[in-house]
Ligand binder design. Structure first.
Ligand code: SF4
Length: 460
């Protein structure tokens, strides 16, 4: 038992986190920056931070993740990193030739008080940013928030620093992508195309972190939202933010800067959240829902109804990120399963309120905690006290699943020991179908494993 020291007795903890259910802000900022075409993320801090951010993303996506660093040493740590960043901007544009450098801060540069807005302005004033190139920035202090906060901060920076309002409206709708996989972003674009609605999706990591093997290394793959697209979001008719934590701040910033009205929806995971997304996009876009999408929905409903006997009443523990957990919890309730224990290391009153509203209405006995003290250790303690039939979460959950002998589904970020997440979507009706398939496979595999010989069924 690898986690044999996890005790059953739950004690109140304030100053100690054990096995956090979150990771570091700049990882989210780096991921968001990769969703801009021709962009090189830049970590303003030490080399070690940048290596950690890159390696986590590389391990999750199984793709080489390029990023630069200000390479702080003792001097920069004491006197500030302005000289390092100015030198880096010079070197990056002359050696790596990106269209954009997206700078995020780190714990160290935030602690010493480096002002990224001032430094990037100085870079511009000193003529270090070539004509037509851009340097954008986001503040991502990792001693607060989580990777989701860092993602939100960079997406907000993208909206603030690219959007232009020309006064001439464009017949297009912005979709601000909350934290989701490249496969999910591809599916969002497919659904919008099938609906016949022109969208600008940002950021967009499809064709960047799921790029095909062509035999040729592309330092900047063909995917990502382009600069002209990003400039045009200020003239869009409307924005839809997918996720109140990871996407809504960007939509708010865009409304403030360019008066683009917005609404916030959940990431369309599962039946109900996808219904809301499809209806909203069709209403704002003034289109009717095509038969193909209705048929996709019907297939998902059919599978749910057919498999009800295996799903009903199954107790689930889950951990992960807010904008995934809310719709996933709703989906599990739609499947008549019981999400009984939920943990997220990402703080946020809005997240807490939304989750509590869902649970109060449909599952008041569920244990839920987010922010300080909401870690995997606590979830494991809950599981020990009230055993579950299924655990859903990122790769780090495999230790708890093994110790408690519980079927485990990998879902969320990071997934370091399996593939599929970047290629097969979790969003939309087809994503819902995939999730149901994964849940059923995990539960039925366990039923097969534990069945007595006389109860070992060929047809289930
Ligand atoms: S020091 Fe801060 S920014 Fe750097 S890896 Fe650690 S948590 Fe992330």
């Amino acid at each position: 038992m690898l986690l044999r020291h996890t005790s059953k007795e739950v004690k109140e903890r304030e100053g100690l986190t054990i096995n956090p259910a979150k990771t570091c802000q700049p990882i989210g900022a780096m991921y968001a920056a990769l969703g801009i075409h021709g962009c090189l993320p830049h970590s303003h801090g030490s080399q070690g931070c940048c290596s950690y951010h890159r390696s986590t993303l590389t391990r999750h996506y199984k793709e080489p993740v390029m990023a630069a660093t200000s390479s702080f040493t003792e001097g920069a740590s004491v006197f500030g990193g302005q000289a390092n960043l100015l030198a880096a901007i010079d070197t990056i544009f002359s050696v790596y030739e990106p269209d954009i450098i997206a700078v995020h801060s780190t714990c160290l540069s935030e602690t010493i008080g480096d002002d990224l807005q001032q430094i990037t302005r100085k870079a511009n004033d000193d003529g270090k940013i070539p004509e037509g190139k851009r340097v954008i920035f986001a503040s991502t202090p990792s001693f607060i928030g989580s990777h989701v906060t860092g993602y939100a901060n960079m997406v907000t920076g993208i909206a603030q620093q690219f959007a232009v309002s020309t006064g001439a409206k464009k017949n297009q709708i912005n979709i601000v992508a909350g934290w989701m996989e490249p496969s999910d972003m591809r599916e969002i674009k497919r659904l919008a195309k099938e609906l016949g609605v022109k969208i600008v999706l940002f950021p967009d990591t499809s064709d960047v972190l799921d790029a095909p093997q062509t035999g040729k290394h592309e330092f900047y793959p063909k995917g990502g939202t382009t600069i002209p697209e990003l400039e045009s979001i200020g003239d869009s008719l409307h924005s839809i933010a997918l996720g109140s934590i990871s996407a809504e701040p960007a939509a708010i910033a865009l409304e403030k800067k360019c008066k683009v009205p917005f609404e916030t929806l959940e990431v369309p995971i599962g039946l109900t959240a996808t219904d809301r997304f499809i209806m909203s996009l069709s209403e704002i876009g003034g289109v009717t829902v095509p038969d193909e999408i209705t048929a996709d929905r019907g297939r998902l409903v059919d599978v749910i109804a057919d498999m009800e006997q295996y799903l009903y009443g199954k107790r689930v523990a889950l951990f992960g990120d807010p904008d995934q957990l809310v719709p996933l919890t709703e989906f599990l309730l739609d499947l008549n399963m019981k999400p009984v224990q939920i943990v997220s290391g990402t703080p946020g009153q809005r997240f807490e309120k939304t989750m509590r509203e869902i649970l109060d209405a449909r599952s008041p006995e569920t244990k839920f905690k987010n922010g300080i003290g909401a870690d995997m250790f606590l979830l494991h303690q809950w599981m020990k006290n009230e055993p579950v039939d299924l655990l859903i979460g990122n790769t780090y959950g495999k230790y708890m699943a093994r110790d408690e002998d519980v079927p485990f589904i990998r879902f969320g970020f990071p997934i370091l020991d399996r593939i599929g997440h970047s290629y097969f979507p979790n969003v939309g009706y087809s994503g819902g179908l995939r999730l149901v398939e994964k849940i059923l496979t995990a539960l039925l595999d366990r039923q097969d494993r534990d069945a007595l010989e006389e109860k070992f069924e060929l047809v289930m």
